[in-house]
Every structure is written in C-alpha cells, then in structure tokens.
Write a protein that binds this ligand. Structure first.
Ligand SMILES: [Ca+2]
Ligand SMILES: [Ca+2]
Ligand SMILES: [Ca+2]
Length: 214
C-alpha cells in the first residue's frame, strides 16, 4: 500500500496463468464493517478473464458489489457497479486506461513446498475508489478479506472456490463469514498503526538540550 494504490497479491495453486487459456474469475472479496449483512462481503475487485475472452476491453478488472448473498459461498454472487454485465462503463467501473487499477500476472514462481506458483497482483487506485467507484470504499475503514474464484465463468456466477481452507475444497461446504482475514484498516500510515509513545517518553525527547556538532 502507498499513497496512491492499495495492493493485493494472490498465490495460485497452478504454475502459470496463461492469458490465452485461463478462463476463471478471481476476486478480492471485501466485507466492510458496518455495511450490509454482518459477515457477508459487500464488494469485490474481480478479475474476469472469462468475459475478456469474448469481449476484450469490456471485462478484465471489474468493480462489483454483492448481488445474492447466501449462507454458503456457492450461493453467493456479485454484480457490476456499472449495472451492465456486457459493457465496461467507466466510471463507475475501472477505466481501461488512466491508472484506475491494474492486474499483473507473475508466472512460474518456485515455492518450498508445492512446486511453482503464479501470483495475481492487483493495484487499486485510491483516487478511483474515492472519486469514481461510487462504493463508499475509503481509507481508515475496517475490512475483512477473502479471495474467491469462479471456475471457467464470469464474475456473475456463484463463487466456486474460496481461500483460507484446504486447497480445492468446493465452496458449497464453506459458510460465508468463516475463514476470513483478520480485519485490516486500509490507508493508515505506519505512524497511525503504531502504539503512541507514553507522555514521559515524549517529554524526555523534547526536553533534551540541543547538541552542536562540528
Ligand atoms: Ca459488511
Ligand atoms: Ca464481466
Ligand atoms: Ca460492466
């Protein structure tokens, strides 16, 4: 995370995500505290590679919101914030140029325990989120995250695989709300996250006499 973008890295259980053959949707699912039903996701940054296959430039990285929220992940799906499943309308969706958001694929990265992996990296512009998305997503909120994927289908379908559980476990056995990330507070800088110094420490620092060097 920096002043301009918030970043996510997803480690895939496959060695390569070939652009000409990979046809899943992979999304960062966000449960924003105080919005919607507690424990259920509200928004998702979706990378729709399936839709991109048939209509290049109208899919790819998409800003979505919860459409149907069931008790299990295979009853849960999202819908575009732009209200059009066939077109990318920006704003409120990510524009295809201008830096609203990026997806980067890093193939063939070796691991200690399970062969090669691919990273899917997301970079989401704070300026886009704050001024264009219409989602209300902002810095200094409380988010719980999960990664969900939809096998060989677009972002308009039920989640089929979810993170935080053993590999390849189907989503139907996973209740929504379980195995989420610990809450994050996006956009806080390192000083805000630090426990404040006690008053005596501040007093000591500020009462030291000036030291002349040279
Ligand atoms: Ca919520
Ligand atoms: Ca789509
Ligand atoms: Ca759309």
């Amino acid at each position: 995370m920096n002043h301009d973008y918030i970043y996510f890295r997803v480690r895939m259980d496959i060695a390569a995500v070939a652009a000409d053959t990979y046809r899943d949707t992979v999304g960062i699912l966000i449960d924003q505290s105080g919005v919607g039903t507690p424990g259920k996701p509200d928004f998702a940054f979706m990378w729709d590679s399936k839709g991109e296959e048939t209509k290049a430039g109208e899919h790819g990285l998409e800003m979505t919101q919860l459409d149907t929220g069931g008790a299990a992940w295979n009853q849960t799906k999202f819908d575009d914030v732009d209200g059009n499943s066939a077109k990318k309308i920006a704003p409120p969706d990510f524009a295809t140029s201008g830096g609203d958001g990026y997806v980067r694929l890093v193939d063939g990265q070796s691991t200690l325990n399970f062969g090669d992996t691919t990273f899917i990296d997301y970079a989401i512009s704070w300026n886009y989120l704050l001024t264009k998305s219409g989602t209300g997503l902002s810095t200094n909120q409380t988010w719980s995250l999960q990664v969900g994927s939809i096998a060989n289908a677009t972002d308009h379908n039920n989640i089929t695989t979810i993170s935080g559980v053993p590999s390849h476990r189907p989503a139907q056995s996973q209740p929504v709300g379980a195995n989420r990330s610990t809450p994050i507070h996006p956009g806080r800088n390192r000083f805000q996250n630090r426990t404040p110094w006690p008053w005596r420490a501040w007093r000591f620092v500020y009462s030291m006499p000036p030291v002349w060097c040279g």
